[in-house]
Design a protein around this ligand. Structure first.
Ligand code: FES
Length: 136
């Protein structure tokens, strides 16, 4: 699935940021091949989340924070709560079951438990939302 130049630059910037944090990920055409369209921007109003199925049938939680879209693993590491249904406060989502909180930009916890979820690459092209695959 080809992406336009702007989307490709967004993808590359995202990969670079991830790389600086020490995460490994697929590179180049291998990773681009795993970007899939999951939703339209108008289906995800600001300050809301939705569950989608990403590359490799992975359930992901999408969030719109001020017009910017983020994707993390859809399943809470505590007991499997649906993070897409969580309450969003800025970049922090609270699991609807027991309240564990995660930063949707990074998947890192906002609590003392030390558990995190995987954050995935997202790009938006012509109001279509694409998510990619980043290995933890
Ligand atoms: S299942 Fe998410 S906090 Fe318990």
């Amino acid at each position: 699935m080809p992406l336009d130049r702007r989307s490709r630059q967004s993808f590359d910037a995202h990969v670079d940021r991830r790389g600086q944090r020490g995460r490994s990920c697929l590179r180049g055409s291998e990773a681009m091949a795993l970007f899939v369209k999951v939703a339209r921007l108008e289906d995800l109003p600001p300050r809301t989340g939705m569950m989608v199925v990403g590359p490799c049938d992975k359930p992901m939680a999408l969030f719109n924070v001020g017009g910017e879209v983020f994707a993390i693993n859809a399943v809470c590491p505590h007991r499997g709560g649906p993070l897409a249904n969580g309450r969003l406060d800025g970049h922090i989502v609270a699991c609807p079951w027991h309240g564990w909180t995660f930063d949707v930009r990074t998947g890192q916890p906002d609590h003392g438990g030390g558990h995190c979820v995987t954050a995935y690459a997202v790009t938006v092209a012509r109001s279509d939302i694409y998510v990619g695959w980043i290995k933890p």
